[in-house]
Design a protein around this ligand. Structure first.
Ligand code: GDP
Length: 479
């Protein structure tokens, strides 16, 4: 190969096939262009159309973002409470909450919705969003300016009268045929898409309702769900989504790697850990343990072992006290993540106290054991983010059912994990685990409604690429 094409190939790889913009100062966010040195090439390239749309969207974020004349104008109009038929710039404000995995998945969903509807995405920075993630759009900020009247919106919930669901329910908005009956449109609408949302809120996922929302310059979104699969059920977005994602199982893989780059401090946590414990092994296995009760349960440990042995992810131990051959043995590093240290200690001791049956050397590591979820504590979320990212750098992955923490790791890494089913009655499920059909996250609280027929429906059976999840039977995922 000649020098020129080698250089351009390196450039292309660094930018993940054009997914990333070249327009950033590298030093300000080292992870953005260095991740390629740590992550195996998954071979899943973004479509040329997605790349084009991302560059267009970046231009929109710059044109309408904080501190621009358009932003100032739109903010003034929001404060006036009056809607207008055509605004220069339309906005989606995402108020983040809940665990970090949930937040990462919801943010990607909000971004896809913003991309589809040409809205500027601005995020509520909360306690730590700015410390965890680099800016995704060059030359502007996605952080909602501090002078935005966000406090007014943060407490919004299912009963807030200005939510889309409540306005339709109370006939303040008519969603028939896309015509609003209110004389003057509201300046904003609140979208309540939390896990506890109601049937009227779920009309968000219907085409006619989307036509009403199109006319509202400000949408304020409160959600903790990966609602992407339901966007694929809205006929008016079908063509565009197909062009953006000809490979439907790569939506979060691409959007996650586009949006979420660990800040330099977290990149330090990730790279130091990787180099110290994972880099030298021949293979890396990630095991993500998410149990919803504290303590260490034997049936969970049995499940981890049975799954890993059955799927040949870990070698059996030998009853003999043989001495393993000392040259040319394969080594495997196991990266465990869990809130408790019990499972890690058990696994590590098992491979210390016994030789492996095949002579393989197994090293077991766990970066932290934080005991319980502490969402408001900064170093806690930094570690959680570093660990999700480290899991995404492994070669094979075992995850726990129901956990968005695991979904983020699998999606970023382009991995199809073996997912361990949720134990019931303190017994190990049979089978203990199953490989997922696609790396996409699961939408845990989808609508069950056929918008055209106006009656309940199995939304996992409407189109071939939206199916039910392996771990949450009523959930939806792209395949
Ligand atoms: P989910 O609850 O499993 O869907 O994942 P979330 O990330 O949304 O929320 C769980 C939160 O608990 C995380 O964000 C962390 O704050 C914490 N957590 C759960 N498991 C782990 C873990 O293995 N390591 C660390 N550091 N934190 C964890």
């Amino acid at each position: 190969e000649d020098g020129f094409s080698t250089t351009s190939k390196i450039q292309r790889d660094r930018l993940l096939g054009g997914l990333l913009s070249a327009g950033f100062d590298e030093e300000s966010c080292l992870s953005r262009y260095q991740s390629v040195l740590y992550r195996k090439d998954t071979g899943r390239l973004p479509s040329a159309y997605l790349v084009e749309k991302l560059r267009e969207h970046e231009a929109l974020q710059r044109k309408c973002g904080p501190n621009t004349v358009y932003y100032k104008k739109a903010l003034k109009q929001l404060k006036s409470g009056q809607g207008i038929e055509t605004a220069d710039c339309n906005y989606l404000v995402w108020i983040s909450y809940n665990g970090l995995g949930n937040r990462i998945l919801t943010g990607a969903s909000a971004f896809l919705y913003a991309l589809l509807t040409n809205r500027v995405l601005l995020i509520d920075r909360g306690a730590d969003m700015a410390n965890l993630f680099c800016e995704p759009f060059p030359g502007t900020s996605w952080l909602l300016p501090l002078d935005f009247p966000v406090d007014q919106f943060r407490g919004f919930n299912i009963s807030t009268p200005t939510s889309y669901g409540n306005m339709v329910k109370n006939k303040l908005l008519n969603n028939n045929a896309g015509h609003s009956t209110v004389e003057s449109l509201p300046a904003y609408i609140y979208l309540h898409l939390d896990h506890d949302y109601g049937d009227y809120d779920k009309l968000f996922f219907c085409e006619d309702d989307q036509k009403v929302l199109e006319k509202i310059p400000w949408l304020i979104l409160h959600s903790d769900n990966y609602f992407v699969p339901a966007l694929f059920l809205i006929p008016s977005y079908e063509d565009e989504l197909h062009r953006l994602f000809p490979e439907k199982d790569t939506v979060f893989h691409h959007l996650g790697r586009y949006l979420y780059h660990p800040t330099n401090r977290i990149w330090g946590l990730i790279t130091r850990y990787y180099q110290s414990y994972l880099a030298k092994a021949d293979e890396r296995l990630g095991i993500q343990i998410r149990v919803f009760d504290s303590g260490t349960d034997q049936h969970v440990f049995d499940q981890i072992l049975t799954c890993s042995f059955n799927k040949k992810l870990l070698p059996f131990i030998s009853p003999q006290e043989n001495i393993a051959p000392i040259t040319n043995v394969r080594s495997k590093a196991v990266l465990m993540t869990s809130l408790s240290s019990g499972y890690y200690e058990k696994l590590r001791n098992m491979y210390w106290e016994h030789p492996t049956a095949n002579g393989e050397i197994i090293s077991v590591y766990q970066p932290s054991s934080e005991a319980y979820q502490q969402t408001e504590k900064q170093t806690h979320n930094m570690k959680a983010w570093a660990e999700m990212y480290l899991l995404s750098l492994t070669d094979e992955l075992v995850t726990s059912a129901w956990s968005t923490f695991g979904y983020v790791a699998q999606g970023l890494g382009g991995l199809k994990p073996w997912i361990m089913f949720k134990p019931a009655n303190k017994t190990m499920p049979d089978p203990p685990c199953q490989q997922v059909i696609s790396m996409e996250p699961c939408f845990h609280a989808p609508p069950f409604y056929d918008c055209k027929a106006k009656r309940g429906a199995d939304t996992g059976a409407l189109v071939p690429h939206v199916k039910h999840c392996e771990d949450v039977s009523w959930g939806l995922k792209l395949v």
